[in-house]
Design a protein around this ligand. Structure first.
Ligand code: UDP
Ligand code: MG
Length: 312
């Protein structure tokens, strides 16, 4: 391990991308060299089942600026990126997908914004080419809903392709939560954030490593990490149900005592069912309120992040 400071680190998660590694490496190097010769590429092999690991070892041998980290199995995209960030030494760190959907050629533009004084420069996609209608619509819906139910501004239509200052990485490491949702965490951390727009290419080789199951898991991680709204919904549902239950109870009483037109036993049964249903949901909602607070504490995030101060 060398200790000299590095100007630019690029972190690339890799899952079954062996067919494009050479092109990826060439384009990343070309982009980095436009910025500085003092850069490093950190590839994280997330338990690929193809020949990616050998390809990465080969690349690391061919250049002393290229490094690799290889996981014992597939831990998932967000964790692969986290591992790369933990090992990056750069003042500026770029996170980029390894499937060339994020064009490496955009990195100098991200870096330019960084030099203008931004600590987070994310790449915002103008269009997503070659992705299925299903993927586009679910992604769109997900980010719209997420931004409605969370209090932090997670930028719309961005992936993890972005440049972050090393101070942001330091703060990310202070968020020890195990469910990683980096784009949300980075938004939560704050600092000066801006974006650069680009056209997202289609995946040229291989196939998406995000199965439906991984996508749902990822969406749930994002929502539960940054929103209490689902828990709050239970409380609201409880009060709403109780309200209607109350109306039905009144109706049941009227039918029995005023209209005298009910089957024996119906009144007491409907009253108890309605009453218990409402009480149960309200009770679950109350538990939910506590749970959301425990959830917040367990995440053990820093209470605040200081950007500048003159106190020692
Ligand atoms: N990836 C990973 N682990 C996984 C799935 C994906 O490291 O379990 C990597 C993958 O190699 C790529 C990036 O994460 O560099 C984004 O994945 P992908 O392109 O499959 O996602 P999509 O673009 O379809 O959302
Ligand atoms: Mg992709």
């Amino acid at each position: 391990m060398k200790n000299t400071s590095v100007e630019l680190s690029i972190v690339i998660p890799i899952y079954n991308e062996s067919s494009i590694l050479l092109e990826l490496h060439r384009r990343l190097r070309a982009a980095a060299e436009q910025i500085t010769t003092n850069y490093e590429l950190i590839f994280v092999n997330d338990g690929s089942k193809d020949d990616s690991l050998n390809g990465l070892k080969e690349l690391a041998r061919s250049s002393d600026k290229t490094h690799f980290i290889s996981f014992s199995r597939n831990f998932g995209h967000q964790i692969a990126v986290s591992a790369g960030l933990d090992h990056a030494k750069g003042n500026a760190i770029v996170i980029i997908d390894g499937d060339l959907q994020d064009p490496p050629e955009l990195i100098p533009a991200l870096y330019k914004k960084y030099k203008e004084g931004y600590q987070v420069v994310y790449a915002k996609r103008k269009s997503r080419q070659g992705e299925s209608f299903f993927k586009k619509i679910t992604a769109k819906l997900f980010y719209r809903i997420l931004s409605k139910i969370t209090s932090i501004d997670i930028p719309l239509d961005t992936g993890d392709f972005r440049l972050i200052d090393k101070i942001v990485v330091k703060n990310l490491q202070k968020m020890p939560e195990r469910q990683k949702f980096l784009r949300g965490q980075i938004a939560w951390i704050g600092f000066q954030q801006t974006y650069v727009e680009f056209e997202r290419d289609e995946r040229k080789h291989g196939e998406t490593g995000y199965t439906i199951k991984k996508m749902v898991q990822f969406a749930l991680d994002g929502i539960t990490a940054f929103s209490d709204v689902p828990l709050r919904l239970v409380t609201w549902a409880g009060f709403t149900v109780s309200f209607f239950a109350f109306l039905i109870i009144i109706y049941a009483l009227i039918s029995k005592f005023v209209l005298n037109e009910v089957v024996t036993g119906w009144t007491s049964m409907i009253i108890s069912v309605m009453f218990i249903g409402g009480v149960q949901l309200v009770a679950i909602g109350i538990i939910g309120e506590y749970l959301s607070r425990i959830n917040n504490d367990v995440k053990n995030r820093p209470l605040y992040i200081i950007q500048e101060t003159d106190v020692e």
